[in-house]
Structure formats: structure tokens, C-alpha cells
Design a protein around this ligand. Structure first.
Ligand code: C2G
Length: 739
């Protein structure tokens, strides 16, 4: 007999399942059987299942997680049963830790960690201490205190039950988080009492299984380090987890599942106490807010009515323990006093908001935005521009602006800009996240951005939003990105909403058009004229511009230039929007071998907060990371070295040599992002993996150019085909309706 039967219910999202089964394959403990119970409504698993010969496939004609788990229970032959969801995974030692502790107890449980990431990224975050173990220790301390305080009040409580309830009902989380995951259940114990999931429930069946079990256990063990990793889905639009599904039925199901579970529990002990606690918690913490704020009237009508008997049915001591404000809320509900509930919530939320404003005085401009500026009329001739979160004056918005300023002076142009960049033609300047900024976000008729506006921006009827974006995509973006490691885990959801505001999106080539449609799920108008920021690369006076810039920067007339412009890495950051960059290019070696002929122009991505140390390299390395506009830098660069940055799509317009310093290609491709095109066969230059290779390549740059000539031409006609120096004109006219 195997020690453990692992039951995996499966319906959708095969990529998650693969990672889940991989985690079992990698488990240090292998004395288990894997029952993959396939829902009748399921995705095709044939393409992957052969890769996992250890899996016992059980095809069913049942539907839903509860029913699939029950089928699994019927088939389980192991000494213990362990539920694993097809979108989650275990760590290498999870099962062995549990199995070692399992010496005949009814249940043995570990901890459940929540993440948005796959296993590789989760482990990396753990190693980098981005997942804080101290937080866990604090939680544990609180749990122990609660256990002691309950014991003091109820000296007769069964200590085995008490401990398990505290850990497994996860008091701090709502009803939604009652989970059967992370636990070994002794199979004979389950069979003795015929414990089953109630199949009527889609979202809340876990409590129908777990609560009666907790009431009957006689022995248990807890192994904190045995982690079950529960994965949240970062794409609730295309791949929603059960907890992210929108459903009209969810509220009533919750109430019905609570009632069902209350009836299934026989005694009036600790399990019942905590179930009631959770009901009240749900009402005071979540439902009350929806009653006040939701657009959906059901919260104030039928849901409100349905909650009354549910709370009436709670044990009185649970209500007695509430704080003043929550007691008032519950009392108002029990008196069927909707106004009373709303008044109390308004008061509590108002207090919170005020506290927040006092604490973060610099967010007062948002209040002004919502309460004053959005009520002002839209100004028909005002255009607001912003590039890279107001960090510089550059990219396509700069060139669109300059075209408009020269040809349509009747428009009032406003630039969101944080530093001292010079802006010609007299545009008004506002600092990002200031009262003036909020004002212009609200009243400008036109908005031109190359990244997204702040999340709190609300597009008004009559506003026209032009999204220029900031590069032809090589790295996978948004909905094409499986993992989101750097941005907010809610990135995809937020993006989905924000991209609905775009009236126009700029595309530099047919490839971008196709890719943007898919990665942004964008169906709106595409402006396919090339990149306004690349116009300068075609201007007839580009040589003069280059000469002037070389002089300004003090680059010796007899030296050629090598631009090194790498991108940022999703996994290397200090805090939000602040990325680390460790220079992997050996500048000393370059100086040693190339300085007779070349100088290096170093340019980090705007996300990078590290200042690269170039001391002792004066006259050889020019750090242009703070220079506003990279397009101007292209004009003075004889060779461009990059990695996975979109820089090379633009630079290729100049038809000058490009080298790719891809020292971390595998990680970038397989773990961090993934690419849209094959770097090995489609980019217009060689992939180089060491500084020596880079230097060698520069020394024989003419040969390399000849070698890559054909590939460069194909690349040029595929990606630079729209750029002709007139993109700004076309885009500006489209924006202002002047075509
Ligand atoms: N850039 C720069 N200096 C660098 C890297 C980038 O000035 N060292 C500028 C270039 O204009 C580049 C743009 O920032 O085209 C975007 O940078 P990427 O490195 O491509 O990275 P990211 O900001 O993630 O954008 O579709 C494009 C993607 O969205 C990538």
C-alpha cells in the first residue's frame, strides 16, 4: 500500500496542470499514487499526459471539484489522502515532511502559502527573502495567543480539536478560505465516517468536508514547514480560478453551504463557534461595504434579507465578542435596518479615508481629482503629454508634440515632467502626482501617453486617449505573458480595464499590430504609420543633429561609438519600479582592446535605479543613462549592443551593426518572459555570451555585418517597413481629426 493517495481534480488550464505534475515528479518523497480525476467538462489533456506515466487517469462523467474529489476518494488506495489542485504545486520536501510526521494520526497538516508565481519564481523570491518568514512567525504567535485565550474561557474544550480548528479554519481569512488543502487525511478515518464533499456546491464545498472532520478527529499533527503552494491566477480574464469566477449564485451558495455545514456538525463546540465567527466576519468586513458601495442593488435587498437569519443563527457569544462598531452593524442588520447599516459603514469608511489623507498628505490631489476636477468642463484645445511616467522628454509623445506645436499652435500643450528637461515651443509643465497634474488629467480633451496613466485615472466621455506604447515587442507582454513577476499581480486585470480607454494605439510594423491585438486584447483603432520617435532617424538634417550632440557630449572627432543599451530584469528589483542592474559587460576589457578606435556610450533603462560606476574610465565610457532621448543617441552610435530591449527594432532603421549580449538568455526566455521571435534565427546580429565574445565581434565588425547582411535586410523589411520620417505627422492628424 502506498503511503499517500494524491487526488487532483482537473477541468481547465493545462499549463498549470503540467507545473503541478512536475512538482510531484520533483518531490523527494515518492511513495504515493496520483489520481488525476478529470471533470466531464475538461480541456484536452492528451498532449501532456504521456509525459507523466505515474499518473492514474480517472475520466468521469461528473462535474465540479467536489464531485471529482469524491470520485478520487472512492478510488484512493493509500494510507492517507492528500488533495492537490491542478493549478497548485508542492515543494520538494512537502510530502516527505508530512509523511514522516504521519504515524497513524487522523490528520496531519502543514501550511498553505499563497502566490501568484510558478515554482521557480516562488523559490527565487523565497531565497531573496521577498516572501517574509517573519510574517509567518508573527501569525503563529497570534494563533497561539488565541488558542490560550479560548482555552481560558472554555476549559473543557478538546485540545486536539482546538488546535486543528485554529490552524485549518484559518481564522483570519474569510469563509472563502476554508480549505481542505495541505492536509493528509487518514483513509480509514475518512471511510469510517463516510466523509464526503457536498456536490451541490461549486465554490464552498470545502467547508462541508472539513468541518465535520474537525469535529471527529482524535489525533493530529502539525508540520509548519510542509508547505502547500496555492497559486492565484494572474489572468482572471482568460483563466479565472474558482475564487475569481464571476457568478450570480455565489452569495446564495455561501449562505446555503454555511447552513448545510452547521446542520452537518453535531455538537455545539469549537467548530461551530468558528463557523459562526466566520459568518459574522464576512458580514462586518465584506458584505457591509458592498451594501454601502456596490452598484448591484441586490446587496441592499435580497442579500441583506438572506443574511438576517444566517446571523440570527449564530451563537450569542460570538456576537458578544464584537467591538463597538461591528456590534452596531450586526444590531442594525438584525433589526432589518438597512439605513442603520449604511450609516455605520459610511462613518467607519469615512474615518478610514480621513486617516489615510492625513497620513499621506500627498494623495490629496486625488480627492481634488474625484470631487472637483472631474466636474469641470473638458477643455477642447488642451493636450496632455507624458513619457515614461514623466521621467523624461522623449519617445513618441515628444515627436508628436513637436509636430503639433509647429503646425497647430492653437492647441495648448501640457507636459507631465518631473525633472528639468528643456521643452521647446513653450509647453506648460506639471509635475506628475500634483494638483495640476490631476487637473489636466481631468480636463484635457486629448491625452498622449507612452505607458499607462495612473490607475486612478477615469476617462471621461469626450476625452480622446492616444497610447503610443514604447517599443516593438520582443519580450512577451501582458496577456501573452504567463508569469507576471515584477508588476502587481493584478497587472492583467488592471491592464484589461485600462486598455478599454485607448482610442488609438500606435504600431510601428505589421508584426506589432498583430502582437498588440493579442497581448493587449485590444480591438480599437491602430495607427500604423511607424514610430513617431523614429522620425528623427530619417530627417534630412540628422547628420547635423548628430554632430552637434557629439560636440555637446565632448566625444572626440576621431573616435567611433558603441552604444550599450540593455533592458531591465523582472526579478532584480529593490522596490516597486526600482530595478537593480549589475553590469555584466567588462568595460575594462573593452577599454584595453578597443579604446584606440572607440568610445562606449552606456545607457541603462529608465527603470534602473543603480548608477553604474564608471570611475577611472573618463574619455572612454560616457554614461548617458540620464540623457532624455535615446533616439538622438542612436544618431551618434556606430554600433549598438543590446540584449532583449526593443531598442534594436528602432536602431535597425539606421542599418548599422547590432550585437546582442545575451549572457542570461535561458533564464530570460524560459523563466522571466519568453519571446515573440526566435532570437537565434531572426534578430539582425549575433548572440554573444561573454565580454570576450563581444570584444571579438567588435574587432571584426565588418565581417559580422557581411555575415548578417541578408538577415538584416529581412529584418528591416519586416520591422522598419512603416518608418519614413512622417509618423508624427500622421499620428498627430489622426489624433486631432485633421486627416
Ligand atoms: N530604452 C532606453 N534605454 C535602454 C533601454 C530602453 O532608452 N537602455 C527605451 C527605448 O526607447 C526602448 C524603450 O525604452 O524602446 C523600452 O525599453 P525595453 O528595454 O524594450 O523594455 P520595456 O520598457 O520593458 O518595454 O513592446 C516593448 C516592451 O514593452 C518593452
Amino acid at each position: 500500500m502506498k503511503k499517500i493517495s494524491i487526488i487532483i481534480p482537473f477541468s481547465h488550464y493545462i499549463h498549470y496542470l503540467e507545473e503541478c505534475l512536475d512538482s510531484l515528479k520533483a518531490s523527494a518523497f515518492q511513495d504515493f499514487e496520483t489520481l488525476l480525476v478529470v471533470d466531464k467538462d475538461h480541456d484536452d489533456i492528451d498532449p501532456i499526459i504521456k509525459k507523466y506515466p505515474f499518473v492514474r487517469l480517472i475520466q468521469t462523467d461528473v462535474h465540479g471539484v467536489a464531485a471529482c474529489r469524491n470520485v478520487g476518494l472512492d478510488h484512493a488506495q493509500g494510507e492517507y489522502v492528500y488533495f492537490l489542485d491542478a493549478d497548485d504545486y508542492v515543494l520538494e520536501d512537502t510530502l516527505s515532511l508530512l509523511a514522516q510526521a504521519a504515524q497513524g494520526q487522523d490528520i496531519v497538516y502543514g501550511s498553505v502559502a499563497h502566490t501568484w508565481n510558478n515554482k521557480a519564481n516562488y523559490l527565487e523570491k523565497l531565497e531573496n527573502k521577498e516572501i517574509d518568514p517573519e510574517d509567518e512567525a508573527e501569525k503563529e504567535q497570534k494563533r497561539l495567543e488565541k488558542i490560550d485565550s479560548y482555552k481560558a474561557k472554555n476549559p473543557n474544550v478538546d485540545p486536539v480539536q482546538l488546535r486543528a480548528v485554529y490552524y485549518l479554519l484559518r481564522i483570519k481569512h474569510g469563509i472563502r478560505n476554508v480549505t481542505v488543502l495541505g492536509v493528509l487525511y487518514k483513509t480509514v478515518f475518512l471511510r469510517m465516517y463516510s466523509f464526503k464533499f457536498h456536490e451541490e456546491f461549486r465554490y464552498y464545498s470545502d467547508m462541508t468536508f472539513l468541518c465535520p472532520i474537525l469535529e471527529h478527529i482524535q489525533s493530529e499533527a502539525y508540520v509548519e514547514q510542509a508547505t502547500y503552494v496555492k497559486r492565484k491566477h494572474n489572468d482572471p480574464i482568460n483563466y479565472p480560478a474558482l475564487s475569481q469566477e464571476e457568478s450570480d449564485d455565489r452569495f446564495y451558495e455561501r449562505i446555503r453551504a454555511i447552513e448545510f455545514t452547521r446542520n452537518a456538525i453535531t455538537s455545539d463546540g469549537i467548530v461551530r463557534y468558528y463557523l459562526d465567527f466566520k459568518v459574522v466576519h464576512f458580514f462586518t468586513r465584506r458584505m457591509a461595504k458592498s451594501i454601502r458601495r456596490s452598484q448591484d442593488d441586490r446587496w441592499r435587498n435580497e442579500y441583506f434579507q438572506a443574511m438576517i437569519p444566517c446571523i440570527e443563527n449564530c451563537r450569542p457569544e460570538v456576537l458578544d465578542e464584537l467591538n463597538h462598531s461591528n456590534r452596531k452593524l450586526v444590531q442594525a442588520l438584525l433589526n432589518n435596518d438597512l439605513n442603520g447599516v449604511q450609516k455605520e459603514v459610511r462613518w467607519v469608511l469615512g474615518k478610514k479615508k480621513l486617516k489615510h489623507v492625513f497620513k499621506n498628505k500627498n494623495t490629496a490631489y486625488k480627492l481634488a481629482y474625484f470631487h472637483r476636477y472631474l466636474k469641470k468642463p473638458i477643455q477642447e484645445n488642451v493636450i496632455l503629454f507624458e513619457t515614461f511616467m514623466a521621467k523624461n522628454y522623449s519617445d513618441s509623445p515628444k515627436y508628436i508634440y513637436e509636430y503639433i506645436a509647429q503646425h497647430y499652435p492653437e492647441y495648448e500643450c501640457v507636459w507631465a515632467i518631473n525633472d528639468g528637461a528643456k521643452i521647446p515651443y513653450g509647453a506648460k509643465r506639471v509635475k506628475r502626482f500634483s494638483f495640476e497634474y490631476a487637473y489636466y488629467l481631468a480636463v484635457s480633451k486629448y491625452l498622449v501617453f507612452n505607458v499607462r496613466p495612473p490607475l486612478w485615472y477615469r476617462k471621461r466621455e469626450g476625452q480622446v486617449f492616444l497610447e503610443t506604447w514604447h517599443g516593438t515587442p520582443l519580450k512577451r507582454l501582458v496577456f501573452d505573458q504567463q508569469e507576471v513577476t515584477s508588476a502587481s499581480p493584478k497587472y492583467k486585470q488592471q491592464f484589461y480595464k485600462q486598455r478599454q480607454d485607448w482610442d488609438f494605439l500606435v504600431s510601428a510594423n505589421p508584426f506589432s499590430t498583430k502582437t498588440f491585438r493579442s497581448c493587449f486584447m485590444y480591438e480599437g483603432k491602430m495607427l500604423e504609420y511607424g514610430y513617431p520617435r523614429n522620425d528623427i532617424l530619417y530627417w534630412p538634417n540628422k547628420e547635423q543633429i548628430a554632430q552637434k550632440l557629439r560636440q555637446k557630449l565632448g566625444i572626440p572627432a576621431d573616435k567611433k561609438t558603441i552604444l550599450y543599451a540593455p533592458t531591465w530584469r523582472d526579478d532584480q528589483h529593490y522596490g516597486s519600479g526600482q530595478y537593480k542592474f549589475e553590469l555584466a559587460l567588462d568595460l575594462h576589457l573593452m577599454q584595453e582592446r578597443l579604446s584606440d578606435e572607440y568610445v562606449v556610450l552606456l545607457r541603462t533603462h529608465h527603470y534602473i535605479s543603480d548608477k553604474i560606476d564608471v570611475t577611472g574610465m573618463d574619455g572612454f565610457v560616457y554614461n548617458l543613462s540620464d540623457y532624455d532621448d535615446i533616439s538622438e543617441i542612436y544618431l551618434i552610435s556606430d554600433i549598438c549592443i543590446t540584449d532583449y530591449s526593443s531598442v534594436f527594432f528602432d536602431y535597425a532603421n539606421l542599418k548599422r551593426p547590432i550585437l546582442f549580449y545575451t549572457y542570461d538568455l535561458d533564464k530570460y526566455k524560459n523563466q522571466l518572459r519568453g519571446f515573440y521571435i526566435d532570437m537565434n534565427t531572426e534578430v539582425p546580429g549575433p548572440l554573444l555570451y561573454t565580454s570576450e565574445e563581444v570584444v571579438d565581434a567588435i574587432e571584426r565588425i565588418d565581417k559580422i555585418s557581411a555575415e548578417y547582411k541578408e538577415r538584416y535586410e529581412t529584418f528591416y523589411s519586416r520591422f522598419c517597413c512603416y518608418d519614413d520620417g512622417h509618423a508624427s505627422e500622421h499620428v498627430a492628424k489622426a489624433l486631432l481629426g485633421k486627416e
